[in-house]
Design a protein around this ligand. Structure first.
Ligand SMILES: [Zn+2]
Length: 423
């Protein structure tokens, strides 16, 4: 009872060293078993081989567990199988590990982001044993994604580029991954899957592996303005509406402000910005949302532009960025065709007046992606959750404990998410 391994009784216990290692001998309680070939129950024990099984520590010390197995002789004369060995649910077939140890190994890694080797050392098993436990747990814990009307697709950098020695020579390993997330507000916002790469083919391939019911259910897909994703999605989900959400567009607009600031510094000073230059010192202030700035912050911004923006170009880029934000703020319940047309006009007008290569490019992006941006404004779909999962992915990545292939890496992220949701 104290040992608590279901279906087993303890025959003998000894303490075998000063570390408190307990040598435990067990056997199954059931005195008979069914032949796996013919099903006839036999209680004629033929042999009692001893098998070493790895198990959890007990009472603060390691355990050396031995199972005195029963090898039965089959009682059915016509049966081709003359003998068979008993099995137990607590020790999975062909395993040298108890199920409870396997479970502990998988959750120890998945729940805490600990390195596989670290967990392996604590439980006195090989790293591949922990890895296999993790893979098995992932398969059991991660069901096929259930159909949802809204999904988000986003790219994330998994790790730096690596060169692997494969069959015929060196192969470049793709450090990018694509995450697919449930964006339905009534759903849990779960991560549905990960696909290696960030091409149209990779999202197409992932969708092809899902149930037809899953593909048919998708009505809206939120993406960043990425032409390969859009092309792959149009092929895989011809009936779904693709939308581009504001988060990525604001990021592009901020990048424009930064590029213009850097170019102006180069042109005015003939060098890169430094700590003493007001525009460099207040570079974050330039990127903050204009409508959230306090009167003092606004005054500081005006001062920075007066001092460090003689050509007015940084100010123009800032205005373009703010007008794009105002356009994107007319989404969801605040959407009206008239208001959106008005704000789009103001934004494009400001880009035309600014007449800089950076703002021209932003205007071109918004025009190219206008149907998808308008879709976002109309439906108010946001990819914010996808970004949240990217943080989880990066957190798992930071631990970076030798994932030899991307498959393992993905499994670990998926499992991490599944375990943290279950907890
Ligand atoms: Zn038999």
């Amino acid at each position: 009872m104290l040992f608590g391994l279901p279906g087993f009784r303890v025959l003998d216990v000894r303490c075998i060293d000063e570390r408190g290692t307990r040598w435990v001998l067990v056997e199954t309680i059931e005195p008979a078993a069914g032949c796996p070939a013919c099903g006839v129950i036999s209680d004629r024990v033929h042999e009692r081989p001893l098998m070493r099984v790895k198990d959890l520590p007990v009472g603060g010390g390691p355990v050396q567990l031995w199972w005195r197995k029963r090898r039965y002789r089959c009682g059915e004369p016509a049966c081709p199988r003359q003998s068979f060995t008993e099995t137990s649910a607590a020790v999975p077939a062909r395993s040298r590990l108890t199920g409870r140890l396997r479970h502990r190994l998988a959750t120890a890694v998945a729940r805490s982001n600990r390195a596989v080797a670290d967990v392996a050392a604590e439980y006195g098993v090989a790293w591949w044993t922990v890895h296999r436990a993790l893979v098995a747990a992932a398969a059991a814990l991660l069901p096929a994604p259930s159909p949802t009307p809204r999904i988000g697709v986003d790219e994330t950098r998994a790790r730096s580029v690596r060169w692997l020695l494969a069959d015929a020579g060196w192969r470049r390993s793709d450090p990018w991954m694509t995450s697919i997330v449930d964006l339905d507000p009534s759903g849990g916002g779960t991560i549905l899957g990960l696909a290696p790469g960030r091409s149209g083919a990779c999202i197409e391939g992932w969708l092809a592996m899902q149930d037809p019911a899953f593909r048919e259910a998708v009505e809206v897909v939120a993406i960043d303005p990425s032409a390969p994703y859009a092309a792959g999605l149009r092929r895989a989900l011809p009936g779904a509406r693709i939308v581009v959400d504001h988060w990525h567009l604001v990021r592009l607009a901020n990048a424009v402000v930064t590029e213009v600031r850097q170019r102006v510094a180069r042109e005015q000073l003939g060098r890169r910005g430094r700590r003493l230059d007001p525009a460099w010192a207040h570079r974050r202030l330039l990127l903050r949302a204009g409508d959230t700035l306090s009167p003092a912050a606004l005054a500081r911004l005006r001062q920075v532009l007066a001092l460090d923006d003689p050509s007015g170009e940084i100010g123009a880029a800032w205005g373009v960025k703010e007008l794009l934000r105002q356009l994107l703020a007319t989404s969801g319940p605040r959407y009206s065709r008239h208001l959106v047309a008005h704000q789009l006009h103001r934004f494009l007008d400001a880009c035309a007046l600014a007449a800089m290569p950076e703002t021209d490019r932003l205007a071109a992006t918004v025009e190219t992606w206008w149907p998808e941006i308008e879709g976002f404004l109309e439906l108010g779909v946001t990819n914010a959750r996808t970004e949240g999962f990217n943080r989880v992915i990066k957190q798992v990545k930071r631990v970076g404990c030798g994932f030899r292939n991307q498959d393992n890496y993905q499994r670990r992220i998926m499992l991490h998410v599944a375990v943290s949701r279950a907890a």
